[in-house]
Design a protein around this ligand. Structure first.
Ligand SMILES: C[S@@+](CC[C@H](N)C(=O)[O-])C[C@H]1O[C@@H](n2cnc3c(N)ncnc32)[C@H](O)[C@@H]1O
Length: 233
């Protein structure tokens, strides 16, 4: 099921075609390497945010990291003992992720897959992590399509990051757009809107984590299936 409503909290100022986000897929090794070498303190804070969320989960064993990008969260999850599959569409990202898994002598599977149409059976994983992706999607329909897929392949949990409109960084970005004419390819989503997407799939909010409440826009929300052990309807 999909909604054609636009999130009033989103800064959907771009007139870009709904699928233009795909132009930013990390096909080239150069793009992937650039992402791999983003600021170390940023990387550490982001991994710490995921680690905080992991503590709320009731012993999942398998994780789908979608999209995995260059594999940074996949590697962190494998190190914590989870059985991990990482998927992405970018060739450069996939190669870098495979190299990252090899570097730790890991067994994480890195596969090419489209988040709009995941090639896995229903409830294949105990949990899905979707980190730093949904804010690239310019429409509610696309967000819904991806969330439907994440919920479908997850037995119990979906951990999803989003950019909240209620933060100093979001406010500054909105001002820069309005008064300096800066264009943004990031789309803010309110937690209430995300909850509606997940409710339609039978998931409810377990907990929402802010990287820095009201200061930084990055949040990570955990959604949990209402009745993980029941048969699909
Ligand atoms: C900002 S990166 C985040 C990657 C990873 N979660 C992380 O935090 O390091 C977004 C990734 O999404 C991938 N991507 C974009 N559209 C995709 C799609 N439809 N299906 C799968 N991957 C996609 C890009 O290639 C890129 O590697």
């Amino acid at each position: 099921m999909s909604s054609s409503k636009t999130d009033p909290a989103s800064d959907n100022t771009s007139s870009a075609n709904a699928h233009d986000y795909r132009q930013r897929i990390k096909h080239s090794t150069e793009k992937a390497t650039k992402y791999q070498h983003r600021k170390a303190h940023k990387h550490r804070k982001e991994m710490a945010l995921i680690e905080r969320a992991l503590q709320k989960l009731d012993a999942p064993q398998s994780f789908l990291d979608a999209p995995c990008g260059v594999g940074r969260a996949s590697v962190m999850l494998e190190r914590k003992g989870f059985k991990v599959t990482g998927v992405d569409l970018g060739e450069g990202a996939l190669q870098a992720a495979q190299a990252a898994v090899k570097a730790i002598n890991g067994s994480t599977r890195i596969e090419r897959a489209d988040l709009e149409d995941l090639p896995y059976a229903d409830r294949s994983f105990d949990a899905c992590l979707c980190f730093r992706f949904i804010h690239h999607l310019p429409s509610d329909d696309l967000r819904d399509r991806v969330i439907v897929q994440l919920c479908r392949v997850s037995e119990r949990y979906v951990l999803i990051s989003y950019l909240s409109p209620l933060s100093v960084t979001s406010f500054r970005r909105a001002l820069a757009q309005r008064f300096l004419g800066k264009t943004s390819v990031q789309y803010r989503t309110s937690l209430a809107t995300l909850e509606r997407h997940f409710q339609r799939q039978g998931f409810t909010l377990l907990k929402d984590f802010a990287q820095m409440p009201l200061i930084h826009s990055l949040h990570l929300a955990i959604f949990e299936r209402h009745s993980p052990t029941s048969d699909p309807q």
